[in-house]
Ligand binder design. Structure first.
Ligand code: C5P
Length: 222
């Protein structure tokens, strides 16, 4: 019965890493492949949702018939999200957004000189939290990549960011998660939790979208 819940719903998904430029030739980024976010976009589309995928730089083809917006920096992702989420029903923050950007990007390449180089970083906006705190916030699902205290940290983020659900994965295990074909997730919401065992990311995405459909129905009928 949860299969029909997402038909016609508008779902925005962020995916991949962000790239924070340091100078015209260098940037700071992370190992996110974007596979989980892209798999979620496909799974949501299979359930009849109208999906907008907002993606950082990845080596994946844009999924067929899914509106895909390519961005590079966290700030650009934030802007793209804010422009598209005012009328979405569900927001899924799957991107590995850089927490910080360099305070002052130089227009010229930084030259080697001293034995030390100091860069000052400032905090990026938290896209997911900003969406979840909107007056007319959509149903929100966030991710938490952790190397320890998975449950405690995930529940902290669920509360602090004001999310409906959070899916946590253990990134200390290199056989799953970042840059791998497989993943395993522990999903938490205010009144419950569910473990999704290690599986191919596309299969896991389908299981997670069904869980989203279920929670979305129950939360919107509360
Ligand atoms: O706090 P932390 O970065 O671990 O939270 C991870 C979750 O928050 C992910 O869902 C990620 O997409 C989202 N996030 C975001 N904007 C940021 C940082 C994280 O949307 N600047």
């Amino acid at each position: 019965i949860f299969e029909q819940v997402l038909a016609g719903k508008r779902i925005t998904i962020t995916a991949g890493p962000t790239r924070e430029e340091i100078d015209p030739v260098r940037y700071l980024s992370n190992h996110s492949s974007g596979k989980m976010g892209y798999a979620l976009a496909i799974a949501a589309q299979e359930l009849g949702a109208t999906v907008t995928l907002i993606s950082g730089p990845v080596n994946l083809l844009p999924p067929a018939k899914i509106k895909t917006i390519s961005v590079s920096s966290a700030q650009q992702m934030h802007d793209a999200v804010m422009q598209t989420t005012h009328d979405c029903d569900i927001f899924i923050g799957c991107a590995a957004v850089a927490d910080y950007r360099v305070q002052q990007k130089t227009n010229q390449k930084i030259k080697k000189s001293d034995s030390e180089l100091t860069l000052t970083f400032i905090k990026n906006p938290d896209i997911l939290s900003d969406v979840a705190h909107l007056a007319n916030a959509p149903f929100t699902l966030g991710f938490a990549a952790e190397t320890q205290n998975l449950r405690e940290y995930a529940l902290g983020k669920l509360q602090r960011k004001k999310l409906n659900m959070i899916a946590a994965n253990d990134v200390s295990d290199s056989t799953i998660g970042f840059n791998s074909e497989q993943n395993a997730l522990s999903v938490f919401w205010s009144k419950g939790e569910k473990k999704l065992d290690v599986a191919d990311k596309q299969l896991l995405a389908r299981q997670l979208m069904r869980l989203v459909a279920q929670r979305y129905t129950e939360d919107t009928n509360d």
